[in-house]
Design a protein around this ligand. Structure first.
Ligand code: NAD
Length: 470
């Protein structure tokens, strides 16, 4: 008899849950061993993964895969390995005077089995880091990688299943229907990275089982060039982060906001930097392609929609390119806010340039879209940067930089509002995948009998003293 995908997934989850029940609090030595195996496996499979990612994208700049998917991931694994002993210790907390002499502490405890659903754009970084942090916190893991990177998922599946026992991790491959069945499982925690629209369905499915969920979603991340910005520096970081991975990054600057009188200076500097970085983009080995034809069509429609609405579109032409999935780095000048380009997350190599005359006007433009995952501020004035840090809402902020908060393991990484909730990376990830159990310890000699009935005059007097102490 054929078993349904839901039954298969339930069986896999049940076996991991049984393994967790048999060893619910793995020692730090066991956790460190898992993290060491994960790091060694990644290094051993590095070349195969880099080439599989490139095959999936039809071309992905190897430097990008090595720097982010491999080095960025190794850094996160090592950071967890170095700190897991400290993070997993009981954390004493003070008790108020009226509760003395009791003591209290927080005991981090593995949640059990963590489900990880990952997207295609950085397929290793976004699947292996959650695994590492879930392992660090002492959990077992079930992974569902993206079906849009089938070659990478195949190599990653081999890497994980050869490195770990089936009672440590299980990998489930499949399309959106498998994803839907996966997120309906009764995990002890679920982390989903992907689009906001699918994230909404994931949250609904998790809520049915009361599964706690971390949602790492997308949005339109603004890059704001302040009145006191160093334009040269801002343009270099803008071009780097907008066209890295051909713009297919959740925290890529989606559009740039520049003071109106500096627009032309910005556009010329961006054009010059694009040609310095990429030359003939179609043959440039540092310039990546788009994940599939569907996304090529989506990105081209965004450009055409802006053109139809009267915006100027600047693209370079390739003399010799043959890869139909490489789209020219594109600049769009002042697209109307009601175009799809300004309403949807771009996730491609298009830079809309918008202008503002006042901070309030810039705020109004940003407020056209839901809260972004990141916001970037370029300014040499501390008053101006502080203003934007305080008066904007986003998952994270970089000042005079882009992207790099994502690999700063001392910072929690996550969204706010429509760009997601919950966070991970470093200790934030350890805590997210742990149950932070509150423990209150009462010594033999204590004053709790004073609360017992009957409540006569003396106990009322004590109660009044208590009220002064609380
Ligand atoms: P996606 O939502 O299409 O797919 C992500 C994963 O969800 C895949 O594994 C897919 O199989 C699965 N899935 C698809 N439909 C599902 C369903 N109905 N139920 C359950 N699972 C389902 O996202 P994508 O196109 O792969 O990724 C791009 C999006 O992800 C962008 O919006 C980007 O901003 C966002 N993103 C966010 C982060 C972050 O850290 N916040 C990182 C990378 C990408």
């Amino acid at each position: 008899m054929l078993t349904s995908i839901a039954d298969q997934l339930n069986d896999q989850l049940a076996s991991l849950k049984a393994a967790h029940a048999a060893n619910p609090m793995p020692s730090t030595a066991e956790r460190i061993d898992r993290l060491k195996r994960l790091e060694s496996a990644l290094l051993a499979y590095e070349d195969r993964l880099v080439s599989a990612i490139s095959d999936d994208f039809s071309y992905r700049a190897p430097g990008e895969s090595r720097n982010f998917d491999v080095t960025g991931t190794i850094a996160a694994i090592r950071n967890t390995r170095r700190h897991v002993k400290k993070w997993s210790k009981p954390r004493p907390v003070p008790t108020a005077l009226h509760l003395k002499p009791a003591r209290a502490f927080i005991q981090p405890q593995p949640k059990g089995v963590v489900g990880v659903v990952s997207p295609w754009n950085f397929p290793i970084f976004l699947s292996i880091i959650p695994i590492a942090e879930a392992f660090g916190a002492g959990n077992r893991v079930m992974l569902k990688p993206s079906e849009l990177t089938p070659r990478t998922s195949e190599v990653a599946t081999e890497m994980l299943t050869k490195t770990f026992r089936s009672d440590e991790i299980q990998v489930v491959n499949g399309d959106a229907s498998v994803g839907a069945a996966f997120v309906s499982l009764k995990f002890d925690h679920l982390i989903y990275t992907g689009s906001t629209s699918v994230g909404r369905k994931v949250a609904e499915a998790a809520a049915r089982n009361l599964v706690p969920v971390t949602l790492e979603l997308g949005g339109k991340c603004p890059l704001l060039i302040g009145e006191h910005a160093d334009m040269k520096r801002a343009v270099e970081r803008l071009v780097y982060s907008k066209y890295l991975n051909a713009g297919q990054i959740c925290i890529a600057p989606d559009y740039v906001l520049v003071p109106r009188q500096k627009r032309n200076e910005l556009v010329s500097a961006v054009r010059a930097k694009i040609s310095e970085f990429y030359g003939d983009y179609a043959t440039c080995p540092a310039y990546s392609a788009i994940i599939n034809d569907g996304h090529v069509g989506r990105i081209e429609r965004l450009i055409q929609g802006a053109r139809d609405a009267g915006a100027e579109v600047i693209q370079s032409t390739s003399k010799s390119g043959t890869n139909a999935r490489k789209i020219s780095p594109t600049i769009v000048i002042e697209p109307p806010l009601d175009t799809a380009l300004m309403k949807e997350e771009i996730f491609g190599p298009i830079l809309p340039v918008l202008t503002y005359n006042s901070r309030e006007e810039a705020q109004r433009i940003i407020a056209h879209n839901p809260d972004p995952l990141a916001l970037y501020i370029f300014s040499n004035s501390s008053e101006e940067t502080e203003y934007w840090v305080r008066h904007s809402k986003s998952g994270g902020v970089c000042v005079n930089e882009t992207l790099f908060h994502v690999i700063t393991d001392t910072l929690p990484f996550g969204g706010v509002g429509a760009s997601g909730h919950g966070s991970y990376h470093g200790r934030a990830g350890f805590d997210e995948f742990s149950h932070l159990k509150s423990v209150f310890v009462q010594p033999k000699l204590n004053g709790m009998f004073l609360f017992n009935p009957p409540h006569g005059k003396f106990k009322h007097a004590v109660g009044r003293i208590f009220r002064k102490l609380v």
